[in-house]
Ligand binder design. Structure first.
Ligand SMILES: [Zn+2]
Length: 269
């Protein structure tokens, strides 16, 4: 009897998983048990919670010049993101510079909530073009719906475990969802497939915004060479897809025309 119930539940779960798929910007089918809107909602809370400890110490946008620079760069990227995915015009985009010289990291949560740490900018001596590549890559993760996808996978795993153990805790509350959203956006590694997608869309956003695609290659090279202490957080959350450097170099060739056209447009202004 119990075996039969488990079997039925298992089949139901499989049915749910199959019906809960959606296609992302890269044309890949994704598991979507958590909708993008749910991920965006959870990320709002996650954003506030994540920034709070830094805000309390006055470590958000504490260098106004740097904050303005990052804002200018991301504004241009957002303009391109909204062309690529028009519904993101409704997103409440936001970017903050976190004053944390030891942390080499940056992220963009679902719904366009972004941050970059001063450690990334200073330790890498990142140029504007390289900052644009980092943030383009992060925005791409959000455009590609990677947070909702990873929340869905986490939930499916939980559901599976829950059914197996006949527990009833498959319905996480709002606070739990916010915690999961933060964890997935900030601390847990993306899959290599997601990385390859974000590299491709990110470099395109940056090129169309007038940022040199060659900076994507130099950015990852610099990232790998960061010296002193543990490897950068950014590398642990953004694992290298197969042949990242070669793949990026191929993309650079494709993206140069977009970059040159954007440059010309900007100079004509
Ligand atoms: Zn990534």
């Amino acid at each position: 009897m119990l075996k039969q119930i488990l079997r039925t539940l298992f089949l139901l779960l499989i049915g749910l998983l199959i019906s809960a798929c959606a296609t992302n910007l890269a044309g890949r089918r994704q598991l979507m048990l958590v909708s993008e809107n749910q991920a965006i909602e959870a990320s709002k809370q996650a954003y506030v919670n994540t920034l709070k400890p830094f805000a309390e110490k006055g470590r958000i946008d504490s260098d106004p010049k740097l904050a303005a620079l990052v804002q200018r760069i991301t504004d241009r990227l957002i303009e391109q993101a909204e062309i690529l995915r028009p519904e993101t015009r409704n997103w409440d985009w936001s970017v903050k510079v976190i004053d944390d010289p030891d942390t080499v990291n940056a992220w963009c949560m679902a719904g366009g909530k972004m941050a970059i740490y001063t450690g990334l900018i200073h330790k890498l001596k990142a140029t504007d073009d390289e900052i644009a590549q980092v943030m383009g890559h992060e925005i791409a993760h959000a455009l590609l719906n990677h947070t909702a996808e990873r929340m869905s996978v986490a939930m499916a795993t939980q559901l599976g475990i829950g059914i197996y153990a006949s527990r009833k805790n498959a319905d996480p509350g709002k606070t739990a969802l916010a915690a999961v959203a933060a964890q997935l956006a900030i601390t847990l590694p993306n899959s290599r497939t997601s990385e390859a997608e974000a590299d491709r869309i990110g470099i395109e956003l940056a090129a169309k915004a007038g940022y040199d695609p060659r900076a994507a290659v130099s950015l990852w090279q610099k990232m790998a060479k960061v010296s002193g202490g543990a490897p950068p957080e950014f590398l642990s959350t953004h694992p290298s897809p197969k042949n990242r450097e070669q793949a990026l170099k191929k993309l650079v060739k494709k993206m140069m025309p977009y970059y040159l056209a954007a440059k010309q447009r900007q100079q004509g202004k």
